[in-house]
Design a protein around this ligand. Structure first.
Ligand code: GDP
Ligand code: IMO
Ligand code: MG
Length: 432
């Protein structure tokens, strides 16, 4: 041990990629446990910008074995393209290990994701159209294909044929779309199988053995708590469990192997796609978050929705994940504002809520109750110690800590690795 889970405490894009990359030098394994290429993580090192969708953000470090766990869903073409792109930039993917139990995103999953969004019209979820929902649906319906199926041709064909009976009917009869043949899919996927064979392993024993011999494992979450299929703003969520429990299931370890849970939260909030967002701003302040914070999706390029920090949501994330630590990112972006707002409660009809309302209708219509704090209006991107921050920024962090009930043990003040204030988050004594 230790096993540390790093996850998004809001609606995704909190800066998980930067923090995973930064922490990775202390770890032996970095394991993704859910999601697929709906994720988009940007890692900046010096003047290099790396965008990752499937490969764990620890890939840049030679000491790290990156693992894609059983809980992930994989678009094999995207995966191979990402490996090729990284290798062409001189980043070796030789150490990458992929679970033989991870599920495959098939071409019909992508088609069905896009078609279903189109059908929903104004009520669309705003998915990334990467086939994530349909792939997880098939997994739960027990008609999915897994990485290991690629290595038994007859089983693979049998499973594709079984799936196509239903999928082709839906594609053709419900949506009027082209259908697939077993031969087409088998030919395409055999090529992927050859290419990916060296990376496939049974990853649960690998990670358990590592933890048993006191190696350090970082479980890297994608998406965020409020996008969780069980605990998020259903149905405006993704189809997996980005919450801490998902790490145990999606990597194949027991919950007793997890020592710390680090929630990443932006100093304000963004969300991509539809769904409730109590602190969303449609005024100039919202535009400032977008333009100064460069809030455009890494995966789809969509403009993100933006609003003030919501302490009610963070408290909820502390609860459903058992967070032990918080990391606040993008504090530098708040330097633009003369005063800063924090949402501390919601109002709906004549009721005040200090926790997330149990019924979705109340959450949809919740009006934020704000507390205001003075801003600091100076550039803080060069600060490396808490005491370097202006008193107003220190007071803001202390207030967030108080409201969340867990310590803020890391603060990011810029996209670069170096632009980080360490405040006591677990660091490795290499003599361990
Ligand atoms: P993820 O999906 O949680 O990994 O987050 P994304 O990578 O999609 O979005 C976060 C964006 O903010 C990326 O472009 C990061 O380079 C950038 N970023 C991360 N931390 C900071 C920070 O503290 N300040 C600034 N200005 N940018 C940051
Ligand atoms: P990272 O890891 C932000 C959102 C989509 C949509 C909903 C469902 O970069 O934080 P899906 O394609 O998963 O079925 O879409 O979830 N979404 C994300 N939003 N960051 C992400 O990942 C996201 N992955 C999915 O916009 O609202
Ligand atoms: Mg992202």
């Amino acid at each position: 041990m230790p096993g540390v889970v790093l996850l998004g405490a809001q609606w995704g894009d909190e800066g998980k990629g930067k923090i995973t990359d930064l922490l990775s030098r202390d770890y032996d394994y970095v394991a993704r446990f859910q999601g697929g290429n709906n994720a988009g993580h940007t890692v900046i090192v010096g003047d290099r910008k790396l965008q990752l969708h499937l490969i764990p953000s620890g890939i840049m470090y030679d000491n790290v074995t990156p693992v894609i766990g059983n809980g992930c869903v994989l678009d094999l073409k995207v995966l191979i393209d990402e490996i090729d792109r990284l290798e062409s930039e001189g980043i070796s993917c030789e150490r990458l290990v992929i679970s033989s139990n991870a599920h495959l995103i098939m071409p019909y999953h992508r088609d069905l994701d896009a078609a279903s969004e189109h059908r929903l019209g104004a009520n669309l979820i705003g998915t990334t159209k990467r086939g994530i929902g349909p792939a997880y649906s098939d997994k739960v319906s027990r008609m999915g294909l897994r990485m290991q199926d690629l290595f038994d041709r007859s089983i693979f064909r049998e499973k594709v044929a079984a799936a196509l009976i239903e999928k082709n009917d839906i594609l053709a009869k419900v949506y009027g779309l082209p259908t697939y043949t077993v031969d087409d899919i088998a030919t395409e996927y055999q090529q992927y199988a050859q290419r990916l064979k060296p990376y496939i392993a049974d990853t649960s024993p690998l990670i358990n053995d590592a933890l048993d011999k006191d190696d350090w494992v970082l479980f890297e979450g994608a998406q965020g708590t409020l996008l969780d299929i069980d605990h998020g703003t259903y149905p405006f969520v993704t189809s997996s469990n980005p919450t801490a429990g998902g790490a145990a299931v999606g990597a194949g370890v027991g919950p007793t192997k997890i020592n710390r849970v680090l929630g990443i939260a932006k100093a304000y909030i963004t969300r991509v796609g539809s769904g409730p967002f109590p602190t969303e701003l449609s005024c100039a302040d919202g535009d400032t978050f977008i333009e100064v914070g460069r809030e455009y999706g890494t995966t789809t390029g969509r403009r993100r929705r933006a609003g003030w920090y919501d302490a009610v949501i963070t408290k909820y994330a502390v609860q459903v994940n058992g967070l032990t630590d918080l990391c606040i990112t993008k504090l530098d972006i708040l330097s633009e504002f003369p005063t800063i707002k924090i949402c501390v409660a919601y109002k709906h009809l004549d009721q005040t809520y200090t926790t997330v309302p149990g019924h979705q209708s109340a959450f949809h219509h919740a009006q934020p109750v704000y507390e205001e704090m003075p801003g600091w209006n100076v550039d803080i991107s060069g600060c490396r110690h808490f005491d370097d921050l202006p008193p107003a920024a220190q007071a803001y962090i202390k207030r967030l800590e108080e409201l969340a009930g867990v310590p803020v043990t890391m603060i990011a003040v810029g996209p670069d690795r170096e632009q980080t204030i360490h405040r006591g988050f677990l660091q490795r004594n290499r003599s361990n």
